[in-house]
Design a protein. Structure first.
Length: 311
């Protein structure tokens, strides 16, 4: 049987860039303080989920050579839909000229991996093509007077086209999990701003990433030595470094973009993945480990064999 594989990809970031120096003029902080504690130097802000998703989705379809009428399903991973009703995916569907099912998927920062696993199930169940987008506009929900959180978040989108035309499986193993007992550590009420208890999130996030990654690799029948590149959720360099150390992975094997994007929630893994692809860091047959965590506390990991179409 044919298997699902990624055949097109693209990203979008808002034009407006907020640097650490800009933040230092807004709250009691400094570039040195932010960089040391988060690894972030700048982030893009003032984006909207529907606009960013539309731009990234259109470019990914063009790269794959897929026309709008060939798409069977649109999955939009987001936790910051432009409005409560309708789902942002419906607006993006219309913007792109699609005639298919469309739905939002909210697993916070784990959303893209949740979406990837979900999309693969649909494709291998018979659908020919799924457009998967991870997109979040966290700047809209950021408290710009809270120096502990406003330095972290940014906006962005990443999209991939998944087609049922691979000769071998791409998704080799995965793990999806949620620990609702930690839901009060990172949250945002309706019409309010993001609240985060950083130390507790740090501790749980590292353990969640380690467990998700280990479980996904066990299910794939692989080990750390088999992994060519790790694509972690771009939340905080300290969280990433600690999780990588526990997994026995050097930072050199990780895809990192948070220094210029900040934490973009469901967009962060596709942003880092596309950056690595564009930089030539991924070769056909490479095994990739995508792993993240998010509010909820959700966690997700997937072992993906890179199996692009032949040029």
């Amino acid at each position: 049987m044919p298997y699902g594989r990624i055949t097109g990809w693209a990203v979008d970031l808002p034009e407006k860039v907020l640097t650490n120096a800009d933040l230092a003029s807004m709250v009691d902080t400094s570039d040195e303080w932010i960089t040391e504690r988060s690894g972030i130097s700048s982030r893009h802000v003032d984006g909207t989920v529907t606009e960013m998703s539309t731009v990234a989705g259109r470019a990914a379809l063009a790269m794959a050579g897929v026309s709008p009428n060939q798409v069977d399903l649109l999955l939009l991973a987001t936790t910051t839909s432009d409005q409560m009703i309708p789902a942002s995916s419906s607006v993006v569907q219309d913007n792109l000229g699609l005639s298919c099912g469309a739905m939002d998927l909210n697993a916070a920062c784990s959303g893209f991996v949740y979406g990837l696993v979900t999309a693969m199930q649909f494709v291998e169940g018979g659908m020919e093509r799924v457009l998967l987008i991870g997109s979040d506009a966290l700047s809209r929900f950021t408290n710009w007077e809270d120096r502990t959180t406003c330095v972290l978040f940014g906006d962005g989108a990443g999209a991939v086209v998944i087609e049922r035309n691979g000769s071998q499986p791409s998704l080799l193993g995965w793990d999806l999990m949620s620990d609702g007992s930690a839901a009060d550590l990172l949250y945002c009420e309706h019409d309010d701003k993001i609240v985060m208890h950083g130390q507790e999130v740090f501790r749980k996030a590292v353990l969640a990433m380690e467990k998700a990654a280990t479980t996904a690799m066990e299910r794939a029948g692989t080990s750390i030595d088999d992994i060519a590149l790790v694509v972690p959720h771009q939340a905080n360099i300290r969280i990433i470094d600690t999780a990588l150390k526990r997994l026995g992975i050097p930072r050199e094997k990780a895809a990192l973009v948070l220094q210029r994007t900040g934490n973009t929630s469901a967009a962060s893994i596709p942003l880092a993945l596309v950056d690595a692809l564009d930089a030539g860091r991924v070769a056909p047959g490479d095994l990739l480990l995508l792993v993240g965590f998010g509010a909820g506390m959700t966690s997700a990991a997937a072992v993906l064999r890179w199996n692009p179409p032949e040029n």
